[in-house]
Design a protein around this ligand. Structure first.
Ligand code: GLA
Ligand code: ZN
Length: 702
């Protein structure tokens, strides 16, 4: 009997492992966040299992009074749904769901696979991930599983199917969140190694092509049978830190991303099979988290959602959540949902500051301004138990409707009034910044110079656009470039020929391109190109870089320019010794040995212009003047003069143009307006300027 069971399991596991995996696009039309004939989703992440049943009605009544219409539920409730293998219990949640219609609240259900029940770990210990040091993770946190484990995949599929079957016709259920915050753990178990070997084999087909792709002639690392492939060492400091083959490392990271995407795909297929077409599928992303390619993960989703926790230390200018939102919108080039958002002081062991009065509201408006079409706070009430006892919700431990709750409810009321204007609008940017996972992964463990952090490189430009009030899309290098007047390809260390060709074409056809340090060093398997930098982009950039160097603080260089900025700026971290060929030099180094090289160049190419910045400036003003010049070249006009700390963003569509102004400071600020307009939240006409109070916001139809 026992043997028979093992045999059946083996067959099932083999079947799972050998199934051909591809991201099949069905014929179904993707859904949008904003329901066509309904109201925008506004609500909270709620855990009925955390509170006695007697409290449920009180909570729902308070939610209704706050103007909420949605809750996300159940993403950690696997053990309650399936207390032992194959025995499903939905009654506890059904009881809660029964209450919802009378409060007009809908439900997004989470597939609960981010936390495996203890019985899974005990019965199938191979489902637990192994850390890089070879130790297996001890069950008891979340994200404990190995994504290569056929058993885990099967169990995940079964609970997903059981939930889908049970809830497919439930009138309150409107959509699904897959798992929770995909990424990791990166697992180093033998199954992962074997799966990696299979994946590599499928990618390269022959050992010869693998060996040349990875450059295994170095250190005598030739691979003679597929089974010799190991999980490379890609992280860590010191001599034996990131000592693995860079090609193998890049593929290992691609592979790990793929494992997550495949895992989600299994669930998506089931939900799409079982549930009505009207159910949407989404996932809660984590902005710049580098482990999983969100472009790949997003292909299976109707729209993306994300988790925004901007309140940590002192109030700041809030570039980060804006930039994150612009990436989240860029994943599918459409509006997104906020699945979790700061509702109070956050932290596990220690918590940080409390959002100040007005801050919860302005955090919401910032996301709305960048394309959020729905707003869910994490969480409703602060839990009295568990690791997140200090991760505060709209309500405190006491469960009373106090200040944070009231602020959220104000947002809900205001959003309802704005809905008619928002429908059909999104951000339509003229500026695109490339966001490239391949370059991010290539730079991991091999940044070239210590401070070379991909997202940090993007931030320098992004923040200057933000200060100028210009909207930006963060986009997939595979996206259509023709809709942009200006493109930034920063830290583009991996530059496949196809992308170089696409960028050159873009400039030739009239686009303005900005590239910078380390562009075009490597090919798609992480080998250095046998080319003078910036490789194939020399065509549109009109420069040649024969040498370059890391710059340490003891010998920072000064850069001056009479065309871009006044005074001098400081070049830090890294410089290229770039020689203008057809490009004109826009700035100069002040050192004797760098006289022939240019830190900033501009090149006319076809109908467009290619800029190159072979330096990193310490001063923000450098980026402000650079962006000003780029915008001029691209024919993009700035339309507003922003005081420091005021953010502007436009949503357009359906014949409407909405201007959002957000005061991120704790002082009153006056903004001069392009013309007198009606402010939509207050429904009042302005003068030629508007005064925004502390954390104040305003929305205008232009
Ligand atoms: C993430 C998770 C939530 C919660 C919060 C707070 O965003 O998705 O489940 O854990 O963090 O830690
Ligand atoms: Zn594993």
């Amino acid at each position: 009997m026992h043997n028979k069971k093992i045999f059946i399991w083996l067959i099932l596991i083999c079947w799972v492992l050998t199934r051909n995996f591809s991201i099949a696009q069905d014929n179904r039309n993707e859904m949008n966040v904003m329901p066509e004939n309904g109201s925008m989703f506004i609500g909270v992440d709620y855990y009925p299992e955390h509170w006695p049943e007697e409290r449920w009605k009180t909570d729902l009544q308070m939610m209704k009074e706050a103007g909420f219409n949605v809750v996300r539920l159940s993403e950690f409730a696997w053990v309650l749904f399936e207390p032992s293998e194959g025995n499903y219990e939905f009654a506890w949640l059904d009881d809660f769901l029964k209450l919802l219609p009378q409060y007009d609240i809908k439900v997004i259900l989470g597939t609960p696979t981010a936390v495996m029940p203890a019985w899974v770990a005990r019965k199938y210990p191979e489902t637990l991930a192994t850390m890089e040091n070879g130790q297996q993770i001890v069950w008891g946190s979340r994200k404990n599983n190995c994504f290569s484990s056929g058993t885990y995949r099967l169990l995940s599929e079964r609970i997903t199917r059981a939930m889908a079957e049970h809830y497919k016709d439930h009138p309150s259920v409107i959509g699904w969140q897959t798992d929770n915050e995909f990424a990791g753990p990166v697992c180093y178990c033998n199954t992962c190694r074997n799966t990696f070997q299979d994946w590599v084999r499928e990618r390269y087909i022959t050992l010869d092509s693998l060996n040349s792709a990875w450059g295994t002639h170095f250190w005598g690392h030739k691979i003679q049978t597929w089974g010799e492939i190991q999980i490379p060492k890609c992280n860590g400091e010191g001599r034996w830190g990131a000592s693995g083959n860079p090609g193998a490392c890049l593929d290992w990271m691609r592979f790990n991303s793929w494992l997550n995407v495949r895992f989600q795909h299994d669930q998506v297929q089931i939900i799409r099979d079982v549930c009505p077409q009207s159910h949407f599928i989404t996932h809660n992303l984590m902005s710049f988290h580098p482990e999983v390619s969100y472009f790949d993960l997003g292909k299976d989703l109707d729209f993306v959602s994300w988790d925004n926790y901007p309140v940590w230390n002192k109030p700041d200018l809030s570039y980060e959540p804006a930039m994150a939102a612009d990436l989240m919108r860029g994943i599918k080039q459409k509006n997104f949902l906020i699945m979790e958002q700061t509702a109070g002081p956050s932290g596990w062991g220690n918590f940080f500051r409390n959002p100040r009065p007005g801050e919860i509201r302005k955090i919401c408006y910032q996301q709305l301004a960048h394309g959020a079409d729905g707003q869910i706070w994490f969480r409703w009430r602060t839990c009295t138990a568990g690791r997140e006892q200090y991760w505060h919700g709209l309500l405190g431990h006491d469960g009373r409707a106090l200040r944070r709750y009231k602020e959220a409810s104000q947002v809900a009321t205001e959003y309802r009034n704005l809905e008619k204007y928002l429908t059909g609008t999104t951000v339509k940017a003229d500026v695109g910044i490339l966001y490239d996972y391949t370059s991010i992964w290539s730079l991991t463990g091999q940044p070239g110079f210590v401070e070379n952090i991909y997202v940090q490189a993007l931030r320098r430009y992004y923040q200057a656009f933000y200060r100028a009030g210009i909207n930006v899309d963060l986009i997939n290098p595979e996206a259509d470039f023709s809709r942009y007047k200006l493109l930034v390809a920063s830290d583009q260390i991996v530059l496949p020929d196809q992308l170089a060709g696409k960028l050159n074409d873009y400039v030739r056809q009239g686009g303005v391109l900005l590239a910078d340090c380390r562009t075009g060093v490597k090919n798609e398997t992480n080998l250095a190109w046998e080319r003078t930098l910036p490789g194939k982009l020399s065509a549109s950039l009109g420069i040649e870089i024969q040498e370059y160097e890391a710059v340490t603080p003891d010998f920072n260089y000064k850069v001056y320019s009479n065309r871009l900025f006044e005074d001098t700026v400081t070049a830090i971290h890294y410089i290229d010794w770039a020689i203008p060929v057809s490009a004109e030099s826009m700035a100069a180094f002040d050192q004797w040995h760098l006289k022939n090289f240019s830190p900033v160049t501009r090149n006319k190419y076809g109908n467009g212009t290619g800029w190159y910045v072979g330096m990193i400036a310490a001063e923000e003003t450098f980026y402000d003047s650079l962006i000003e010049n780029l915008l001029k070249d691209a024919g993009i006009e700035t339309y507003i003069n922003l005081p420091v700390g005021i953010e502007a963003s436009l949503r357009e569509g359906n014949g409407k143009r909405l201007l959002f102004l957000i005061n991120h400071t704790e002082e009153e600020q006056t903004v001069i307006l392009p013309e007198i307009k009606k402010e939509l939240i207050s429904d009042k006409k302005t003068g030629k300027s508007i005064v925004l109070g502390v954390f104040g916001v305003a929305v205008f139809e232009l």
